[in-house]
Write a protein that binds this ligand. Structure first.
Ligand SMILES: [Zn+2]
Ligand SMILES: [Zn+2]
Length: 220
């Protein structure tokens, strides 16, 4: 079967997003997605499995010297927030049976030595399409070329921080079941197709305004 999944979404658990979980579920249904990966900043989403018919893959987005890394399929995480060596992140992800994806790798994918480093590091995939990326058509094209040339599996995600951009980019995963393990294994094997469009400048501005609002309401 083929599943249509937006593999990069931030809910309000991320701090800089105002998307509530119920809004994310509605948006996923409206956009015809089978599921979402909730990739919260630095701490994993606690939600997993089917909710109102939408498959939720828990995960997080962490900061490493080679860029942001999405950890898909993790609902626990022992590392503290902050910059972490890539190998430490990969080890923790492996312990949890999670998949690691280098998020929005452009423009570094233009550098041959960097793409070699991606392969050698042991990362499972690169995020070829990210709706929040500037120069979306060029960045997507370069990332896809690099992925095909170096045989690195691809994913796509909207990197949404506001509800309406959910599903702007999505990954079609060919999987034997809707079980998490099967989906993650399919991503590792590169049984993916990527689709998407940019979220645009307006979405960036909306995110900024929402981010500010959030800070005002935050108990901190
Ligand atoms: Zn990021
Ligand atoms: Zn993100």
């Amino acid at each position: 079967m083929k599943l249509k999944l937006d593999l990069h979404v931030h809910t309000n658990a991320s701090g800089d997003s105002l998307i509530r979980l119920d809004e994310a579920l509605i948006e996923a249904k409206v956009k015809g997605l089978n599921g979402l990966a909730l990739t919260e900043h630095e701490a994993p989403s606690k939600v997993r499995g089917f909710m109102r018919g939408v498959l939720i893959i828990p995960g997080l987005e962490v900061n490493t010297p080679i860029g942001h890394v999405l950890v898909l399929g993790a609902d626990q995480w022992r590392l503290k927030p902050g910059l972490k060596h890539i190998q430490i992140v990969l080890e923790e992800a492996k312990r949890l049976g999670a998949v690691t994806v280098l998020a929005h790798p452009f423009p570094r994918t233009l550098i041959p030595s960097f793409t070699l480093q991606i392969r050698q590091s042991g990362l499972d995939a690169i995020e070829a399409l990210n709706s929040g990326t500037i120069l979306f058509p060029i960045s997507s094209r370069v990332n896809i070329i690099v992925s095909l040339k170096f045989n690195i599996p691809m994913t796509a995600g909207s990197d949404s921080h506001i509800p309406r951009t959910i599903g702007y980019a999505y990954t079609v995963v060919e999987t034997s079941s809707t079980g998490m393990e099967d989906i993650l294994e399919s991503i590792r094997k590169g049984l993916t197709e990527v689709y998407g469009k940019p979220s645009g400048l307006k979405a960036k501005l909306e995110k900024k305004i929402h981010g500010k609002k959030f800070e005002q309401f935050s108990p901190l």
